[in-house]
Ligand binder design. Structure first.
Ligand code: GLP
Length: 258
């Protein structure tokens, strides 16, 4: 895993935006795996700014990781409406090429349909990931099979509490979600993880240095050959080999001439 430790959240976000923009420039018909959450909002702002400077999404296809079960696409807290608000409405991506799992109807049927769409358009060229405080990726909570496919997952109480901030007061956040599985995520050609702030330090440590275990779903990324983890110094605080990662990154940059 390539670990990039940036001084602060803004620098880490910029690094992630630059990586995504470069991938899209190199391959305009990229199949992008997209994520939601607070961490990604400034990433999408950066991509919208890059679009204004000429970056085109016109040939791209996108697949989001997950959707809440029971929320129609038009619900303000659905991940479909998050994506419209934070990215799709502001760039030139074709609406019919933006895929988000359906939170309506039978979750198993929605999951099977999503896997079929992924097979038809995939593999994903670049999967963007955030990290849950408990190490979840997508909505694959601790205990998820490392070989899992898209399916319905019950959300833990801590995840529901963490995401309650996005819902109106008195509104109960959904108990479950349809999420790409860990096995599905690992099929992406390349994976970019962004984790920011002290609250993510334990999850980052478990993902990068912990044993590969279903108790920290992010740790499954150790099995993938092309993962870049971008963190700020607060999220890197628990990494025992932080100095080594900094040195390795400095060497890589000097060889790349940057
Ligand atoms: C949600 C999403 C994840 C995301 C995580 C972290 O649970 N399903 O994809 O990575 O939250 O979100 P935040 O960036 O808000 O901390």
């Amino acid at each position: 895993m390539r670990i990039v430790i940036c001084d602060d959240a803004a620098a880490a976000t910029r690094t992630a935006v630059d990586r995504i923009a470069a991938a899209l420039r190199a391959r305009p018909a990229s199949v992008l795996g997209l994520a939601t959450g607070g961490t990604m909002e400034p990433v999408y702002e950066g991509l919208i700014a890059a679009h204004r400077d000429g970056l085109s999404f016109a040939q791209a296809v996108s697949f989001n990781l997950d959707e809440y079960v029971g929320l129609p696409p038009g619900h303000p807290q659905s991940y479909r409406s998050y994506m419209q608000r934070h990215l799709f409405d502001h760039v030139d991506i074709a609406p019919e090429r933006t895929f988000v799992p359906s939170g309506e109807g039978d979750p198993q049927a929605a999951s099977d349909a999503y896997e079929a769409a992924l097979r038809a358009h995939g593999p994903l060229d670049l999967q963007l990931l955030g990290l849950g405080h408990n190490g979840h990726i997508g909505f694959n909570e601790p205990g998820s099979s490392l070989a899992s496919r898209t399916r319905e997952k019950l959300l833990t109480r801590t995840t529901r509490e963490a995401n309650a901030r996005f819902f109106k007061e008195g509104e109960t956040p959904p108990r479950s979600a349809v999420t790409m599985g860990i096995g599905t995520i690992l099929e992406a050609r390349s994976i970019l993880v962004l984790a920011l702030g002290a609250g993510k330090a334990a999850a980052v440590q478990g993902t990068v240095e912990g044993p590969v275990t279903a108790m920290c779903p992010g740790s499954a990324l150790q099995m993938h050959p092309d993962v870049t983890m971008i963190v700020d110094s607060a999220a890197a605080a628990d990494l025992s080999l932080a100095d080594f990662y900094r040195e390795a990154e400095a060497l890589r940059r000097s060889r790349e001439g940057g």
